[in-house]
Design a protein around this ligand. Structure first.
Ligand code: WT7
Length: 654
């Protein structure tokens, strides 16, 4: 048990964990030093984790200089990601389960898909896509429930060299349309409906609405999940099950260059609309495979479960590509942690004898609030390693996870990374590090983190240190560009701090040299582990005819981590009302999706601005945090009285 008087005291791994681990403390030190001293030599060896059609001779060709940013790994090698995730395992583990699928309702049967079956399904889906006109380099949008067909779709694209772009099933038709247009997708793969927590999202109907807004020539492939009523457009839409019955079960994998894009994944930033993060085939796969094995201390035969959705990067790297490249058994869960009740996660762990379990702090906090009996009635003795990702985890949640879920036996890996990084950059390793509740601890192999003074950009050496987190050199899993806009890529990540990759996160290195993420330093907020640009929510709000102006900030939320706080100025003649609040909330849900639903809307007669008209977000953040006593300098405001009104009518009095 953790010591309640020292909620953040270090937790060393037990001797049994150390004895069994891929990487011990000594090995970590030696390997880490080698990876930084000689990245070429280190990755030349690690690159062999995947099978190459033509082996690489070049390893690393990188430049972080603004105006000239290029990132190439293993550039003259060729490979296929789908063959690495399937074909190369067939001889040794064809009958082993590749994917365990656990449906939304515990009343329905789980599925076990072997590597041999995965091969057949993926090949048939690949041949169907080819038949629909998809060729190497084309984009395919995937808008799916958490069903095995989502993994088949990803691997089928990879097999024929098409670039997939997954859109989370919780996104609205508008958001889907923007992504279909943004990548000029040939095909959208979707399903009739997505059941989650006993409710069904009408995916096909959403996709119909989205395509109606696109000028692209896009076909649709529809998987039947619920059998719900949907409309099919003749000539454009095809049922997957009809085509699958006729499809050839063999599809040779396309030979891809290491730097050919494997996928695009849209993510939010501090300005503008979401950008398409581009990941490579070779470097990405090497990095996803290595981090999956090492961070979770995955061993052959283990059952591994990551509760994320394939719509997020966590699902890409740690449900599909990393685990399958390693020949693992990966569990895919269609449902939610609280359906039918707060015991579901733990029942699934017991039912499938899960060894490594990876989830988000928001889920842990939500379940923690329901009481320990939901956990303790389940047999969790199979668990070996627990992981968290998505946002900083508070020590209370960490300790509950450690004590109640892990029984004090299981190391917790708090993995810090981003859509942009492809895989873990900071994390403790189960057999190597004494963990501290709330700390992301140590750099992964090959990762060279630096903490910079935010305004001067100077590197802060020594411990302790606090500032913004940058990475000094490339790693194979790093994103390569923004889809269609390399300049935006350079500007977003390489212009604020010259010569470094800028993460957008604040960070502290403690006296022992261990890393703690302190949260975003830009206008990105983190709501239940979902990343959102406040600018996106603002532009959705001002698109409403009754809204003149809007400013959106995050505020501390007990379960979600951050909630969405909106200041809204109405058009002249419009009266604030509860009705209108509801209407605006609904409006944002339709523009972006339910995850962007405003938590608090404050009517603002005016917004605090500088004399040059810039909104002073610092002040809005403080008021939303209920910390209005610490507003700081307001002397540059054009109309100081605006602030008094906002304080008086603030919504968060927690
Ligand atoms: C942002 C990236 C990487 C997959 C999930 C989110 C925050 C992520 C942690 C962590 C503290 C974390 C950061 C980061 N974040 N993991 N372990 N501790 N903060 O990916 O949507 O690209 O968001 O999530 O702020 O920048 P994402």
């Amino acid at each position: 048990m953790s010591n309640p008087h020292h909620p953040t005291h270090p937790h060393p791994p037990s001797p049994e964990v150390v004895a069994n681990a891929h990487v011990t403390a000594e090995q970590y030190e030696t390997m880490y030093a080698a990876s930084i001293a000689d990245p070429e030599g280190f990755w030349r060896e690690e690159g062999k984790r995947v099978d190459w059609i033509k082996p690489y001779s070049q390893v690393k060709d990188v430049d972080f200089t603004l105006g000239n940013v290029k990132i190439n790994w293993f550039a003259d090698g060729t490979l296929n990601a789908s063959a690495n995730c399937i074909d190369r395992h067939l001889a040794t583990r064809g009958d082993q389960t590749a994917i365990i699928w656990e449906p939304d309702s515990p009343e329905d049967d789980a599925k076990h898909i072997t590597y041999t079956e995965l091969h057949g399904h993926t090949c048939r889906m690949a041949n169907i896509l080819k038949g629909m006109g998809v060729t190497k380099g084309d984009r395919v949008v995937i808008y799916m429930p958490m069903i095995p067909e989502a993994a088949y779709a990803m691997l089928a694209c990879a097999r024929i060299g098409a670039i997939h772009s997954i859109v989370f099933a919780g996104f609205s038709p508008d958001a889907l349309a923007a992504r279909v247009t943004g990548s000029d997708a040939r095909v959208v793969i979707t399903a009739d409906e997505a059941p989650r927590g006993g409710k069904a999202t009408p995916l096909k109907t959403n996709a119909d609405k989205a395509l109606a807004k696109c000028d692209t020539d896009t076909k649709m492939l529809v998987v039947r999940r619920t059998g719900g009523d949907i409309a099919m457009t003749e000539g454009r839409d095809h049922w997957f099950h009809e085509l699958e019955a006729k499809a050839d079960a063999d599809c040779p994998p396309e030979e891809m260059a290491a730097e050919d894009p494997l996928f695009i994944l849209y993510t939010s930033g501090s300005t503008g609309q979401p950008k398409g993060v581009v990941h490579s085939t070779g470097g990405y796969l090497v990095y996803a495979a290595m981090t999956h094995e090492v961070t979770f201390d995955y061993h052959d035969g283990d059952i591994y479960w990551c509760t994320a959705d394939v719509g997020w990067v966590t699902g890409h790297s740690y449900i599909v590509y990393g685990p399958l490249a390693n020949g693992a058994t990966t569990l895919m869960f269609e449902g939610v942690p609280t359906y039918p009740d707060a015991s579901r996660f733990w029942q699934v762990c017991e039912k499938h004898k899960v060894n490594q379990f990876y989830t988000a702090p928001t889920a842990i906090r939500a379940l923690m609030g329901k009481g320990n009996e939901f956990v303790s009635k389940c047999d969790l003795s199979s668990l070996k390693v627990l992981g968290t990702v998505g946002e900083p985890i508070n020590p209370e949640a960490w300790n509950w996870y450690n004590d109640v879920v892990g029984g004090g036996r299981c190391p917790i890996v708090d993995t810090w990374w981003q859509t942009e990084t492809g895989g873990h950059l900071l994390t403790p390793l189960p057999g190597a590090h004494a963990t501290k509740p709330g700390a992301a601890m140590k750099p992964f192999f090959g990762i060279n983190p630096v903490i910079l003074e935010p305004t001067t950009g100077e590197v802060i050496e020594g411990n302790p240190a606090e500032g913004v987190l940058c990475i000094a050199d490339s790693w194979p899993g790093q994103m390569r560009s923004v889809w269609g806009d390399h300049e935006r890529f350079e500007k977003t990540y390489f212009s604020d701090y010259k010569g470094y990759y800028f993460s957008g996160d604040g960070c502290r290195r403690d006296a022992d040299g261990d890393y703690w993420i302190t949260g975003r330093v830009d206008d990105v907020i983190n709501v239940s582990g979902h990343r959102m640009g406040t600018a996106e929510v603002e532009s959705a709000l001002v698109a409403h005819p009754k809204v003149a102006e809007a400013a959106v900030v995050g505020y501390p939320h007990e379960v979600k981590g951050q909630g969405i706080y909106c200041y809204v100025t109405l058009m002249g003649g419009q009266e604030p009302s509860e009705e209108l609040r509801k209407e605006l909330r609904q409006w944002v849900r339709e523009e972006i999706g339910p995850i962007a639903s405003p938590d608090l809307i404050q009517w603002a007669p005016g917004l605090p601005k500088t004399r040059s008209g810039k909104i002073m977000r610092r002040i809005l953040r403080k008021i939303a945090e209920n910390d209005y006593g610490a507003l700081g300098d307001t002397s540059t405001l054009a109309e100081p009285a605006v602030v008094d009104d906002l304080i008086e009518n603030r919504m968060n009095r927690a």
